[in-house]
Structure formats: C-alpha cells, structure tokens
Design a binder for this molecule. Structure first.
Ligand code: DGY
Length: 389
C-alpha cells in the first residue's frame, strides 16, 4: 500500500485503483468496488507531489483517479504505465495539468468529466460578474467592519455598474461560455459579442430567437455577433469573460495590451484557467484603472496569487469554485469512476452530447469522456439499435 494516510475500500479487489484525493459521495466508490477494484484513497488535504504519487502508484496499479492540481508529466505517466496502468482518470473537465501527447505516446487513455459542470460553472461566473459589477465583496467588508453602522445609507455609497442592456464579450463559445452567455443575455438583456475559432450557430440562433421574442412583446431585441478579432471584442464589451482552453496558443491571452484595449470601466472575468491571464499585468492595470474591475476564480500560479492582487478593492476573488456544488462534484466523481471502469473493462467511448445518462443506474457500458480517444484509436459506443441499422 502507498505511504501516508490512505483509506482502502474492497481490500481483496483484483484491480488496484489509486485515488489521490477523497471525492464527494459514495457512488463512485461503489462503482469501482463492484468492478472488482481495490480502491486506495489518499486522505491528504494538500497537493500530492509527483514523487508522492509515484510512490502511491508503486509496482502495480491499474488506474489512477487524479486531480487538476497535479502535474502529470511524462515521467509520472510512464511510471503509471510501467505499473500496468490502463487509464488516468482526471477529476476535472479541464486537462491542462496532463501531458496528453506523452500519455498518447504511452498508449494511456486520459479521462475527463464533461457535461456536469456546465451550468454550475456558468452560474459561478454570473455570480462573480455581479460581485464585481455591484461591489459585493467591498460591501460585505464594509458592513462587517462596522463602517455601515457609522454612516448609514448614503446616496453615493459603493456605486456599481448596471449591466442591464450593456454588451457582454465572451472569449471561447464552447459549452460553458455559451451557457454563461445565455444566462447573461436572457437574464439581463445584454447584447453578445463572441470570439471563437468556430462560429457557434446554436448560440447565435438562441440569441436571435430571444431577441425576436422580446421584440414580439414590444421590447427592444438583443443582438449576437462573432468578432473577427479579439481586439474588436475588447473594444465593444462592458464585460469580458474568458472560456477558452489553456494551451500554448492561449497562455497569457490577456496581458497589458489586451487590458489596455478594454473599456476603462470594463469588468474582466476569468473562471477558466489562471495562466490565460498575465497576473502581474492585471495587478498593474487594476492599480492604475480604479474603475476597471476583475473577477477571478482562477489564478496564474494557483493556489498562490500575485503580490498586490489581494490589496486591490477592484478585484474580487474566490478559490477556484466554478464546479463547487454538491451535485456537480458528486457527478464528477461518478464520471471519473465510470471512465476508469470502462477503460479497465475495454469498453468503448461515448461521443454524444448527453453525458447525464452516466448518472443513471443503467448507464451505457462506455467511458463518458476520454480526451485522447481519437489518437489512441479507441472504439466509440454504438447502441444495439445502431448496430442493427
Ligand atoms: C475543471 O473541472 O476543470 C474545473 O476547473 C474544476 O472546477
């Protein structure tokens, strides 16, 4: 057994699965033990180092359920493969913590948990946006410190920004970006401008239909357009929210030049990945532009924050809480367990949008999400009806 404090479930299970953090709920454990796995769960509340994970993998390990906070580079992936590892199941929808190319070279499938974070992360992004716009954190501090009791209601106390019918800019119009955009457009009648390599026709159609609905009820409509360039979006938007993946091409997508290109009173929101922004440049921009606000769920060098960031009143921050609801975190655990079991059983991979079927007891015998399924040539799921036709 690995060193440190570990909880072991189903000691006699034939397939050893290492889980590097305790996960919420019990269903994920039941799924693994029912599949003849011996499940060893780390009780650690700090981030395990690659050396500690290597030690936990030991000489024999069929699968690991890992965390987005762990750096899975080639040597660690190799260690897992040499120990007989058949899958690394990441407990996250993002997978920038893993060298996917190395995993693919080693023939190691990498699981992820799409579909159960979409609304949850979008809601958190809405909450952060308004926390910045309406100065919620500053107001909270003001009341707690007793200053409100001293002055009472004042006509000019903590004036914020009205987002109603302003312009929202999203960078990346995938599942979470598009869902957040619709919450903001439909809830607050904002016009939408988005920047993405690919047009999102479903998003454009839904904003168009919503605009037509408003007009049919005697209200001004709302608009949606795809910006050709990021600069075009930055010039137009009152709120700019990033929803793109982190890779070499998007590292520091937002730096001093991009912040300067935004409106002076704009709100910058990042609930995606910290290194998408240059945090030093953000601190400097917020320091010199007091009307500009930043709302952050993620940080460039997480869990550390850039010196100076915490001193700025025009920055509101939470500790990477995008997916932090009980339902989502339990569902992520179920998907992570199902990815592990499916790969250990040689099952195919699901490639359809409705991932919620994997939360059902009679879920398909498939892996909900394998990042490198195509490159590894893994078979995709076909149900009996499709096979017959
Ligand atoms: C993910 O799953 O990638 C999220 O960042 C966790 O909230």
């Amino acid at each position: 057994m690995a060193q440190g404090l570990w909880t072991v479930h189903n000691r006699d299970g034939q397939r050893r699965v290492v889980v590097t953090k305790e996960l919420p709920g019990e269903r994920w454990v039941r799924l693994l033990t029912a599949a003849d796995c011996r499940v060893e769960v780390s009780d650690s509340r700090t981030i395990l180092t690659p050396a500690a994970i290597e030690k936990a993998i030991g000489n024999e390990c069929a699968a690991v359920i890992g965390q987005l906070t762990e750096a899975w580079q080639a040597p660690l992936l190799e260690k897992l493969r040499t120990a007989g590892g058949r899958v690394l199941s990441n407990y996250a929808v993002g997978f920038n913590n893993i060298d996917i190319a190395a995993a693919t070279r080693l023939g190691l499938p990498v699981g992820y948990t799409p579909g159960v974070l979409t609304e949850t992360t979008s809601e958190l992004t809405v909450a952060l946006t308004f926390a910045a716009a309406r100065r919620i954190a500053e107001g909270d501090t003001f009341v707690r410190s007793g200053r409100f009791a001293d002055c009472g209601w004042l006509p000019m106390l903590l004036l914020g920004k009205l987002l109603w019918r302003r312009t929202l800019g999203i960078v990346g119009a995938g599942r979470i970006g598009a869902t957040y955009a619709r919450m903001m457009v439909e809830g607050h009648k904002m016009d939408l401008v988005y920047h993405d390599l690919y047009p999102n026709e479903a998003l454009e159609a839904s904003v168009h239909d919503y605009g037509a609905f408003l007009e049919a009820h005697g209200e001004p409509g709302v608009t949606c357009r795809r910006a050709e360039t990021l600069d075009e979006l930055l010039a137009a938007a009152d709120v700019v929210s990033i929803h793109t993946v982190l890779d070499e091409s998007t590292h520091h997508l937002f730096g001093a030049r991009q912040f300067a290109a935004m409106k002076p009173h704009a709100i910058f929101v990042n609930s995606s990945r910290g290194p998408l922004h240059d945090e030093k440049a953000l601190v400097e921009h917020c320091r010199t532009h007091p009307d500009f606000y930043a709302a952050l769920d993620v940080f460039e060098d997480e869990p550390r924050t850039e010196p100076g960031l915490a001193d700025l009143p025009n920055v509101v921050m939470v500790p990477h809480l995008g997916s932090a609801t009980g339902w989502t975190r339990r569902s992520m655990a179920v998907l992570a367990a199902r990815n592990a079991v499916a790969m250990l059983d040689g099952a195919p991979v699901w490639n359809r949008p409705d991932v919620l079927v994997f939360l059902e007891d009679d879920a398909p015998a498939a892996a909900p999400g394998i990042v490198n399924a195509d490159d590894l040539g893994l078979p995709y799921y076909q149900d009996a009806t499709e096979e017959r036709s």
